[in-house]
Design a protein. Structure first.
Length: 195
């Protein structure tokens, strides 16, 4: 009778551990999928930004020559970002996309130089779309980094770390955070506005 009770206790413990293991596995898989989805949301916003840029540049063509270099720069940076994404080079991709963000931030200055452009409803609407897209893009980047942080914190927790170790090929990923490299951060910290 004691052997039967011991076997039942062992079976209950084994079944409980199995369900805990499965629960932790499912939790980690959900976090990994969240990171992947958040990265796709960044891609959606980047694609939207590129399309809005193209539309704005087409409207701007009748007002100035600025669009020729801007369009070439945007296309070159977009191609660089897509090539880097295909090659799995996240650092180059992030640098290229940050370059496009810098061009977007310079557009307000360009609009100030062309009064007729400032009055064009299509141009104003597209400029507003770029600002909205940049805001959505910033939010998507933050959500992506937050989901990476949640995944990293969870996978380092005690029981989760054991499951990750046991199934490291399926559960152990090093997702790169979206951000600026050290050189860019230093450059922006040293930036001064000259009036």
């Amino acid at each position: 009778e004691t052997i039967v009770k011991t076997l039942i206790i062992v079976m209950v413990v084994v079944i409980a551990l199995f369900f805990i293991f499965v629960g932790i596995y499912n939790q980690l898989i959900a976090l990994i999928e969240t990171v992947k989805n958040d990265k796709k949301q960044i891609d959606i916003q980047l694609d939207r930004r590129y399309k809005v840029f193209e539309s704005l540049i087409n409207v701007v063509k009748k007002y100035m020559n600025y669009e020729q270099t801007t369009l070439k720069d945007v296309v070159a940076l977009r191609n660089k970002a897509q090539t880097a994404a295909s090659a799995g080079d996240e650092k180059t991709r992030i640098d290229a996309e940050n370059g496009i963000s810098k061009i977007a931030s310079n557009l307000n200055f360009v609009f100030e130089q062309y009064p007729n452009l400032k009055a064009d409803k299509s141009a104003l609407q597209l400029q507003e779309e770029i600002v909205n897209t940049e805001n959505k893009l910033a939010f998507a980047k933050q959500a992506y980094n937050d989901s990476i942080e949640r995944y990293n914190a969870t996978k380092k927790s005690f029981f989760q770390a054991m499951v990750v170790t046991a199934l490291s090929a399926k559960l152990n990923f090093d997702f790169p955070y979206w951000g600026l490299d050290e050189g860019k951060i230093q450059e922006q910290e040293n930036y001064k506005v000259n009036l």
